[in-house]
Design a protein around this ligand. Sequence first.
Ligand SMILES: Cc1cc2nc3c(=O)[nH]c(=O)nc-3n(C[C@H](O)[C@H](O)[C@H](O)COP(=O)(O)O)c2cc1C
Length: 254
Amino acid sequence: MIFYFSGTGNSLYAAKNIAESQGEKLVSIAKEFDIKDNSFEYEIKENEVLGFVFPVYAWGPPKIVLDFISKIKITGFMPYIFSVCTCGDEEGKTTNKIQRALHNRNLNLDSGFTLVMPNNYIFGFDVDSKDVEEEKLKDADQKLIYIKHVIKNRGCSAFELNEGKFPKLKSSIVNSLFNKYALSTKKFYTTDKCTGCRICENICPLHSINVDNKPSWGKSCTQCLACINRCPVKAIQYGKNTINKGRYIHPELK
Ligand SMILES: Cc1cc2nc3c(=O)[nH]c(=O)nc-3n(C[C@H](O)[C@H](O)[C@H](O)COP(=O)(O)O)c2cc1C
């Protein structure tokens, strides 16, 4: 069983790729939260693996992923467990945070991987150039072959991580500031280009967008940036930061 969360398709692509090769079921974490009275209880069969695939947000896992892990109850066979975090460059101590969250549920992370993929964080930086994007997608496919090999062989204590410089500092101080102050929808707005197509409303994993002619944002936001990156007419902006920036969607999501 492979649980995933994804805003712009990178993590979905990786999760699907792994799930298909291992014959595992793919489950959306966001959709699990939609099911009323979900007990978050999952029965694991013999030889089944448990995987978590998600993006890195400010050197940590998305809050929704940690919330999910804090609620899960695993019954049946004890599975082999792995995580793959996709990111533009470096994960800091993201895998470490997942390991601790799983440990709190009496679960052990057997392997963990950083998968570098194109950057979608257009609030801080711009998207990658087309050349860099293509290179990252090609390299990610190579690393996925390796990841699938490790998972198939149930490799233990197999960690292949790009933590970057000062990972502890980034994943503690910067990540907690991000979770405290950055998860706001206040700066989102649409320009005259908006056609009211409702794509943003339909794809928001937290159902925070309501389109009544034009979109308006509710309070909850995990900053997946799906709405702003996936708007087909580039009508969504975030303050002044995003006006001259590109937009990114994984090619298979287009
Ligand atoms: C709010 C936010 C914060 C991000 N922080 C990081 C980061 O700390 N390190 C990094 O390398 N990439 C960072 N990124 C880039 C994403 O992790 C990366 O593009 C990821 O593959 C997107 O996955 P998705 O397409 O499944 O949503 C960030 C993206 C967002 C939206």
